[in-house]
Ligand binder design. Structure first.
Ligand code: TEU
Ligand code: CA
Length: 558
């Protein structure tokens, strides 16, 4: 390419994330499974995605819905068997769809054989597979709070020491300083690559190297200290990833994306540098965490509406500063985030479809690899929490117990407003396939409630409506496949003085793509399209000179 970009399949691909537990249940037990995924591969082939990122399907006690792995080389009982996995892999490949696995190696389940051994005795050969510390003044080794509330240290009576868990106490952190841990992880990764998978999404990979001093963190919520400066982007993280690349990744043609909590632009230039020494790209979290000062209720919890100028500032920064140096991932939501149209758009009946298409346009015309989260392609929305009993996610439940019940820092109604806005369960309600009972997700009782709006919002209705969000995403995917300027073009912000319109230009080998998106429910002035050009896509059939209509998105190629 003229701008020095090396053409690569995973730069030109569109990725679809499946959260298997909530995607499709094929045996009536109310839990999604591999059989359900196989049944719906034709749907994904119709959408036109190139890759499926599969959230964890390995053996797990499901304390954190599969992100607590007890056997990396066996399939979770609820999801099926390794034969089912092999069948799904072969079927997907036969349809031209690649499979990327979720690699969770910052921690294991406490039921993993390594941890079962490690906690047996201080001199057990597996002891140093994990991070054990003595009590300090009769208490936890430091004041860190886990991401799932409570101390990040768990006392273990058997050997009279604490072990570190940045997440739940059933997710003990692996000790990556131990070369035996790295050997074991790399061997397991090679085993999956030899099975023919096409890449890895790496869970909290920026956290695998901790500050060896384990210092106390800043106390922000009045209870525990913030561990993030001491567990994110640690002293050896790039060394470990370069070793992983040398010993595994470089031997296969893989898509690799690091979920990089706390990543900065400078760190991303190392994690995702174009020289291919570490990973292909990273997920950053600035745009999903961007609320104004004073809008936080407690910790991550808030019910603020992100403002377009703040989102634009962040995404433009990532577009401009990684250009020519590292590769971007592009996403609005995933299994940890609320539904895009509810958070960034407008899920009121009048505006849901228009704003979902607008958001899709705004993101998919940017530089980077786009990710679609299951249900995003039909404009699924957040759920409404009537009470803690609606919650299944331990992050919500533990936060409720810590902030509402134990410390009485937040009123129940205020916490439920936060759950309505940003709880992870918003993205984990069952995929809405049709208007039959339980939205066609299961013939049994679903593990989590179906969003009551499934009668109107479902894949069957979407496939029957040529103007649905589904066919709009299908067209965006086709445009990316057909126009190198979308993948490899430079990025130039436009209309930076506008508080309501997000506009930018992409350019490659003389082709100029102009994109403008109205993020409001009002007409807004915009004269970018007066000079004509080929309209590639818009969510309106008719346009008005000099303005963008409510939630209107337009893309012109000249
Ligand atoms: O998420 C890590 C992570 O940063 C999120 O949990 C985040 O802390 C919060 O949920 C959103 O603000 C990864 C996985 O994606 C998540 O599902 C797991 O629970 C977690 O790691 C532990 O494996
Ligand atoms: Ca099932």
């Amino acid at each position: 390419m003229s701008n020095g970009q090396k053409r690569t399949w995973w730069k030109e691909a569109v990725i679809y994330q499946i959260y298997p537990r909530s995607f499709a249940d094929s045996n009536g037990d109310g839990i999604g499974d591999l059989g359900g995924i196989i049944e719906h591969l034709p749907y994904l082939q119709e959408l036109g995605v190139d890759v499926i990122w599969l959230s964890p399907v390995y053996k797990s006690p499901n304390d954190d819905n599969g992100y607590d792995i007890s056997d990396y080389q066996d399939i979770m009982t609820e999801f099926g068997t390794m034969e089912d996995f092999d069948r799904m892999l072969a079927d997907a490949h036969s349809r031209g769809i690649k499979i990327v696995m979720d690699l969770v190696v910052n921690h294991t389940s406490d039921e993993h054989a390594w941890f079962v051994e490690s906690r047996k005795s201080k001199d057990n050969p597996y002891r140093d597979y994990y991070i054990w510390k003595d009590a300090k003044d009769g208490k936890e080794p430091n004041n860190w709070q886990s991401c799932f509330s409570g101390s990040a240290w768990q006392w273990d009576e058997a050997t009279g020491m604490y072990y570190l868990h940045c997440f739940s106490k059933k997710q003990p952190d692996l000790n990556w300083e131990n070369p035996k841990v790295r050997d074991a992880v790399f061997d397991m990764m090679t085993w999956w690559c030899e099975k023919g998978i096409d890449g890895f999404r790496m869970d909290v990979i920026s956290m695998i190297s901790k500050d060896p001093a384990y210092p106390d963190g800043e106390v922000k919520d009045g209870i525990y200290g913030d561990m993030s400066p001491y567990v994110c982007n640690g002293p050896h993280v790039h060394e470990y990833l370069q070793e992983m690349n040398r010993r595994v990744l470089s031997r296969y043609d893989l898509l690799t994306v690091g979920e990089a909590a706390g990543v900065t632009i400078d760190e991303a230039k190392k994690y995702a540098s174009l020289d291919g020494k570490e990973l292909g790209m990273v997920f950053q979290f600035e745009h999903t965490d961007c609320i104004s000062q004073g809008e936080a209720v407690v910790g991550k919890w808030n019910h603020a509406k992100p403002k377009m100028p703040a989102v634009r500032e962040i995404l433009n920064k990532w577009q401009l500063e990684l250009e020519g140096k590292a590769w971007n991932s592009l996403y609005w939501d995933n299994h940890d985030q609320p539904r895009a149209v509810s958070r960034f758009g407008n899920d009121a009946a009048e505006w849901r479809v228009l704003s979902a298409k607008m958001l899709a346009t705004c993101l998919h015309m940017m530089q980077g690899t786009p990710y679609i989260y299951q249900g995003e392609e039909i404009g699924m929305t957040n759920m409404h929490f009537t009470g803690i009993d609606d919650c299944r996610d331990l992050e919500e439940i533990n936060a409720w117990n810590q902030y509402v019940v134990d410390h009485k820092m937040v009123e129940p109604e205020e916490m439920l407003k936060c759950f309505d806005a940003i709880a992870r369960d918003n993205a984990r309600t069952p995929m809405q396939w049709d208007d039959s009972s339980q939205a066609g997700f299961t013939t049994g009782t679903p593990w989590i409630g179906v969003n009551p709006n499934y009668k109107e919002i479902n894949a069957k209705n979407a496939l029957a409506d040529p103007d649905s969000v589904f066919y709009y995403y299908q067209k965006l995917i086709r445009l990316r496949h057909a126009n190198p300027v979308i993948v490899y073009g430079t990025f130039r912000p436009l209309m930076m003085d506008s508080e309501t319109i997000y506009a930018y230009q992409r350019e490659l080998e003389g082709k100029v793509l102009t994109v403008a998106c109205n993020w409001t429910d009002q007409e807004q002035p915009c004269d970018l399209f007066e000079q004509g050009g080929e309209e590639l896509i818009s969510n309106y059939k008719e346009h008005k000179a000099g303005v963008l209509q409510p939630y209107e998105a337009r893309v012109i190629l000249k």
